[in-house]
Design a protein around this ligand. Sequence first.
Ligand code: PXL
Length: 273
Amino acid sequence: MTYKRILSIQDISCVGQCSMTVALPILSACGHETCVLPTALLSTHTGGFGKPVVVHFDEAIGRIWRHWRENQITFDAIQVGYLGSVAAVKTAAEIMESLLAPGGVTIVDPAMADHGKLYSGLDQTYAEAMAWLCGKADTIMPNLTEAAMLSNRPLQVTMDEDYVNSLLRELNHPCVILTGVGYKEEETGAVLWEGGAQRHYAHCRIGKNYHGTGDLFAACFTGALMCGKSKYDSMRIAGDFTVKCIKNTEINPAHWYGVKFETALPDLMEMLR
Ligand code: PXL
């Protein structure tokens, strides 16, 4: 297996098991050199601890990536998640255009909304900037709410294949991994849409929705893809690993704010063998 260099661009939520604190250990466990560009520092994620302390690094991240450019540093994959400001979205686009190694891939999880709503603190201008960034990515990884927003459609409550097909068509993107898609009560999963064809991978739906599962899924997908797995297999591994982590977590109801992925990392490494 070759050793890849990946850049993860997203926030650091100090507490909350999401974004960078999930991506860095997962990509490392997958065997990749993982470089980080934290776009903002938050005391917690924005999903349930009240108003977090937020420090944006909009100015610093511009200087940081230009320093990398002076040193001819490039990346085999650039993975983008929650960024937190329109300025950071623009910087992520510049980095994707300037620092991708030949043959490298860019993967954008728009990470801005769920359950029909934008995350607290994000607005329509941010959503439009994210839609623009998605247009520049090789692969995008929205959940259903984000896909509806990116394609200017209302979110449909009852899921059916016609709705998913129309969302995928209207996204008008060459490669989409649409998450949160299940056609039965007890299942959820993801759809890989590429070259106009789609494949669904369904797995069991357990418990309530946990914060950070999208970030976990995106990091596993990127890690597996960079190990040479196909996109479909990477999506399957990411789905199975996410289920494992949720199972680890649901036994402890006090752990509502994220998923316990750490003790499952050896299983992820096994899945990648
Ligand atoms: O998990 C996505 C995410 C990432 N970063 C921050 C968030 C969220 C979701 O709420 O608030 C800061």
